[in-house]
Design a protein around this ligand. Sequence first.
Ligand code: ADP
Ligand code: MG
Length: 700
Amino acid sequence: MRPSILDPLFGRAAALPGIGPKTAKHFDRLLARPGKETRLVDVLFHLPINLVDRSLRPTIAEAPTDRVVVLKVRVTEHRKPQGRYAKAPFKVHVEDDTGDAELVFFLSNADWIERSLPIGETRWVSGKIELYDGRRQIVHPDRVLDEAGLAKLPPAEAVHGLTEGLQERFVQRAVAGALERLPKLPEWQDASVLAANGLPDFASALAAAQNPRSPADIEPASKARQRLALDELLSQQLALRLIRSKMRREPGRENAGDGRITRLIEAALPYALTGAQQRALVEIREDLSSSRRMLRLLQGDVGAGKTIVALLAMASVVECGRQAALMAPTEILARQHYERLLPLAEAAGLRLCLLTGRAKPSERARLYETIAAGGVDIVIGTHSLVQSELSFADLGLAVVDEQHRFGVQQRLALGSKGESVDVLVMTATPIPRSLALTYFGDMDSSILDEKPPGRSPIDTRALPVSRIGDVVEGVRRALASGARVYWVCTLVEENEDLDLAAAKDRHEDLTRIFGEIVGLVHGRMKAPERDAAMEAFKQGETRILVATTVIEVGVDVPEATVMVIEHAERFGLAQLHQLRGRVGRGSGKSSCLLLYKGPLGETAKARLVMLRQTEDGFRIAEEDLRLRGEGEILGARQSGLPGFRLADLSAHARLLAIARDDVELTLRRDPDLSGPRGEALRVLLYLFERDEAVKLLRAG
Ligand code: ADP
Ligand code: MG
């Protein structure tokens, strides 16, 4: 049970003063886990992504158009929309001694405008000047203040990621309320670690991170952010370590297959295994046949051929009379695995079944029965595999695909569906070698560092966005020759609404140009809708697929040979590489067009050059880390390793090492976390919702 000291933090954000039910709904959309309500802790961990600097106070004539300014103005005229023009904006004319401007309000409360901007009075307005028909205007000033209000205006203010309908001031109100309710928590960090790195305590760090005063305060390198990142990393390392030692304590079973099924599969393969696949299989089989439990990571770039390795591993276990399960993160991926593996399985006499959340109740009941009775050898499915009603006759191996989508808990849950289940985790995220071990705890790791032969390299080009017309022509030619095209369109603004709007606009543009062959997938779609859009593209009903970055990891559409990525300058290398990996899967020539908005910084340039030079995901990942390690962080969504809320591995790798060492030392001294620091560390685990790890502690 969570210690009661944390209760306030897990209370509902809706209960904060000034947060009405409507605002609470917006918060839920932005911050809550699916189907849940936003809690104080969600609000507090939603750190600002930017800062508005309100120190610039020019005259109207001098005001630049690209920055937020605070203007001191006289209000001269109200132009209220009349009669049938009621939907027109309310305009307020203002001036100073150097010039004039218009404040423009769409669909705003006229009473409020008249009250805040009385004619003849002096007011201070903050916002960005735009030129409209040669006239200066500010659309929806972000502040309208009188003298007293101005005195209270901070020179700089946080900007959080927002969602439609949720304004910054509501986030700030919620943050302020949540900070007030922050209980005094015990210090879980080691005093010498804090001292050596000059890090503040948790409460001060949170307050400082939420109230940045200068651009340096929102950098990952700020002391406040470092402290919070270290807390999150410490909880992650601690949880991983506890779970791993629990799994290692349970002896494994020896699953040395005799090769009779795997031989049949290999004979049915239309290709020979690569050297890397063979090496990985040797390592996996060694684990399987030992009496230690397997806990192995199979890392391989997209297209490296992990699936067949998994099938052969599962077949080895079946040879010992046991079952295997393969868990994929989405319905469509599970189905894809099933369809691709079925012919091979049939050739080898393996009994395969598919179990997803969409199976009808009667069908599901039948499947449950068959699985429990040992009537199938291999079950492929989604997270419905970990549902508690499902039991296996004798599960020997659990394979988890694209693992970063799953939490430790789900991985474990599948592993606990049998006696001493061996676990193989497959990931396509090329994790730099220097980080892999720390990120995954000390799992063993096999790497597929060799691509199957016969792939032609992807022709990668970077173009300024001004040449989008050429890109459209290129797409037209590609379509004429039967190609299918991914068009990734995202602003990477930490703002899903903007991303969505950009993708919808692009979808409309392209539909206007190419007709009804353009599909759309985005993060706001419900899973079945998204699967349907992917499926339509797979089947060729749509031939261009506009997507925010949600293009399903691992979905295989060999006919897709063109990838267009807009705003390529905003992505990290690893992410661009992942996206590019969606094409180049068949033997046809593929291309990747990176559209960027110039001028490019040095790092962005280096990134694009690197991408053109190599398709080696590991090299790219190392380089990405090096480039970003050197300071330029363009966005927060770049790490390619989701799962952290406060830490950014590209910037906080050093802290990860600190956390790992600390965990090792601490658990050696106090393996049950029963001393005073141990107690504090338990609080930390609960704070970051790693409850499952604490349960392992209790169980001993
Ligand atoms: P990933 O590692 O991304 O999951 P897949 O397992 O989906 O890769 O494999 C990608 C494609 O490569 C599949 O079409 C698969 O049949 C093919 N493939 C896998 N191994 C080989 C090989 N040794 N030689 C040729 N093609 C292979
Ligand atoms: Mg795959």
